[in-house]
Design a protein around this ligand. Sequence first.
Ligand code: 13P
Length: 320
Amino acid sequence: MQETINKLLQFGKGILAADESTHTIEKRFASLGLISTPELNKKYREMLFTTEGIENYLGGVILYDESTKQNLHNILQEKGIIAGIKVDEGLESFNGTEEQLTKGLDTLDMRLKEYFDLGLKFTKWRGVFKITDIFPSPSFLEENLNRMVEYVKISIQNNMVPIVEPEILLDGNHTTTRCAEISVVVWQMLFDKLKEANIDLKNIILKTNMVLPGKDSGVKAAPLEVAEATLRSLEKSVPIGIGGVVFLSGGQTPDEATNNLNEIVKRRKDASWTISFSYSRALQEEVMATWAGKGENIISAQKVFLDRLERVSKARNGQL
Ligand code: 13P
């Protein structure tokens, strides 16, 4: 597992999340007037994965189950990119409230065995935490984080690196301070629980949000402010010895996600975590719009994709 982590997060490299669920890719395509079908999803993702040179910037790609059935992991593996897989099965209501728990533990062990046999080397489990004046509630935190820890155990038992993804959502009108407060609570509780379960923390990667003001707050934080708030919060709650920290883009624009990452890496202490990216939207927004479902746009779309990857890779090194 250490070898996998080293390859995923080596200098200049990060992870592409191309693991949109059926519903999520439907939404992304619909915003461009396209109707998602397994065939069109395959064409789109094939275009991403066959882009020449992506192996210079990507250590790994997270897939969705549909793509493994279409054998898309083979394209990645031939390029020396490690294929991984989203293994949660989405969300379910918590006690009829607005809070949503992640589901998918029941069949997890069986599914991981199949993925391992395909050569997939890591997994991802996403939990979402919504900020309001009253949420996240203590009982929700307890249950959702217990499920995450259970997932981590099962992934490690199956020799697959777990990428544990608590996402504190950008939705809402909260301040940066409130986002920092909730991020610290969630990360601290998660790591307390992982330690209690005797998980060897060097084998796990934390994928999480940057500390930002809510999308509806009317406030835009500058990269320096984002970097300082994010690093301060991580330092309070995330042990140094974990496998690495990768950020999701979470609804930031491609430029925001790139510039904020650059600033975080520049300002992190030398002896802290390996930091990198695991973006979906910030890496895919431009390429998807340029492609727009048309074969004749593939070459220009692939160029747009490679350009964004190159910038994000520089940001991952703090070299922008
Ligand atoms: P975004 O970068 O679009 O937030 O997606 C990351 C991800 O993997 C969400 O699960």
